[in-house]
Design a protein around this ligand. Structure first.
Ligand code: ZN
Length: 460
């Protein structure tokens, strides 16, 4: 992932630029700066360079993380990049806040995942060392309860966007499918996100488990996959459904023992496992570059969580296109992973309509509304659907039943099962004949051999 040259790290140009921007902000008099860099932008490399340079000048650095696993990971990265660990302590925020009297006074406090910075424990630490320079890092500088980070930071620096990282081969491109299996509209919100027990109950549903496997077989069969579930039970049940369907799957949660967890992770890296389901894990810091698919089974109001989870399969690998299968409609809440987002330190104003996406009724792809045709299957949205765009065309697979009279069926409700039904439907709606070929190929409906040539031309 990082370009090593000799023993010291070689920064990418945009990473070097971000460090310069931080320096300029300091020169301008800011003492508390939060930097924004998309997932996969190489945040830890930048942090290591800053810590290396600071400790090289005999400055003491306190680096705050909020998860134990990240402590170990960051210590490893820093050590390998010549940070003087005598002068740099990488610590859990909870631990530091309890030992404020006994730790050496830092010159710089660096905060990882800085969207947590306004929490009490962090503020207690900042207040204990008022003279320390504060540097925060995050991909999503916003708080779950919509407040801004301005309470803690006085400058915000942005770097390259997710789109830029994809275009420049630092992240893999992706295909996003929304196959909604659960209705989240009845859920209540507590502390900024859906109530955990209600979500768990909603997602614990036999039909959802079954449909999850089916959709995965249709869209991402045999691709190395991480599924994010709403509860430990749901993670276990989902893994079991995959196993019963003949795939190698395992589930992990916070209560899995450390030994078993590292064994399962190793198996996943070694491709002895194809599907890894989990609850409350791997938002951050999981590095499995050949993971190609993410399945979202946990509805969330948190943009941070959404970005971290949906992008987990987008680590760059030549030729890879990540597949994201969203079963809970998170993209309607948050948009697509690489949407341009404007960040400020101010509290977020209530947004009127977050939905800036179009959904393909043919293949369930989700894509920007500026495109007239589905970029995955070529289907052109018909007028009827375009008009309804604002209210979002939802396709509830659980409710989908074979309709006998396809003439009266709206396109998004139709399930066509044979070639002749597909052709009949095409004539009825006056689509081009190529539509039949695309539709049938996408849905595994046998296509008569005489159209083989046409299939080659269309490329399906
Ligand atoms: Zn499509």
């Amino acid at each position: 992932m990082c370009n090593k040259e000799g023993d010291t790290i070689k920064l990418r140009p945009y990473q070097r630029e971000l460090i310069n921007d931080i320096k300029h902000s300091m020169i301008a008099g800011h003492r508390s700066i939060v930097s924004v860099l998309g997932c996969g932008g190489g945040k830890s490399v930048i942090q290591a360079e800053i810590a290396r340079s600071a400790t090289g000048k005999h400055n003491r650095v306190l680096f705050l993380v909020h998860r134990k696993e990240l402590c170990e990971q960051i210590t490893d990265t820093f050590t390998s990049q010549d940070v003087d660990m005598e002068l740099c302590s990488v610590s859990m925020v909870q631990t530091v806040s309890r030992r404020l009297d006994s730790i050496p006074v830092p010159k710089i406090i660096m905060t990882d995942e800085a969207h947590h910075s306004t929490a009490k424990t962090y503020k207690k630490i900042y207040e204990a060392f008022p003279d320390a320079l504060r540097l925060g890092f995050t991909a999503t500088p916003c708080r779950l309860n919509k407040g801004g980070l301005g309470e803690v930071y006085d400058d915000l620096i942005t770097s390259v966007s997710t789109k830029w990282l994809i275009d420049n081969n630092y992240l893999s491109p992706y295909k996003y499918y929304s196959v909604k299996l659960a209705d989240t509209s009845g859920l209540h919100i507590k502390a900024g996100d859906y109530k955990a027990d209600e979500v768990a109950e909603l997602m614990q549903n036999k039909e959802i488990y079954g449909e999850t496997v089916k959709q995965w077989e249709r869209l991402a069969k045999n691709k190395k996959t991480i599924a994010y579930c709403a509860s430990v039970e749901a993670a276990e049940e989902t893994a079991e459904q995959f196993q019963q369907a003949g795939y190698k799957a395992a589930s992990l949660s916070g209560s899995t023992s450390k030994e078993l967890r590292s064994q399962i992770m190793q198996d996943f890296r070694d491709s002895k496992l194809t599907i890894l389901t989990n609850c409350e894990l791997f938002g951050e810091g999981l590095d499995v570059p050949d993971c190609e698919c993410t399945v979202l089974l946990r509805p969330t109001q948190s943009l941070t969580l959404y970005i971290q989870q949906s992008m987990r399969s987008m680590r760059y690998m030549p030729g890879k296109t990540a597949i994201i299968i969203d079963h809970v409609g998170n993209c309607y809440q948050h948009g697509l992973p690489d949407d341009d987002r404007e960040w400020t330190l101010e509290p977020k104003k209530k947004q009127e309509n977050m939905v800036k996406i179009r959904e393909c009724p043919m293949c369930y792809a989700v894509y920007p509304p500026t495109q007239q045709r589905c970029p995955y299957c070529g289907y052109k949205a018909v007028k009827e659907i375009q008009r309804k765009e604002k209210e979002v065309v939802e396709i509830d697979l659980v409710e989908m039943k074979r309709q006998d009279d396809i003439r009266n069926t709206r396109l998004s409700d139709a399930i066509l099962e044979t070639w002749s039904q597909v052709v009949e439907f095409q004539k009825l709606h006056k689509y081009k004949f190529a539509w039949c070929i695309r539709y049938a190929a996408l849905h595994d409906i046998p296509i008569p051999q005489k159209y083989n040539n046409m299939r080659r031309i269309i490329g399906v």
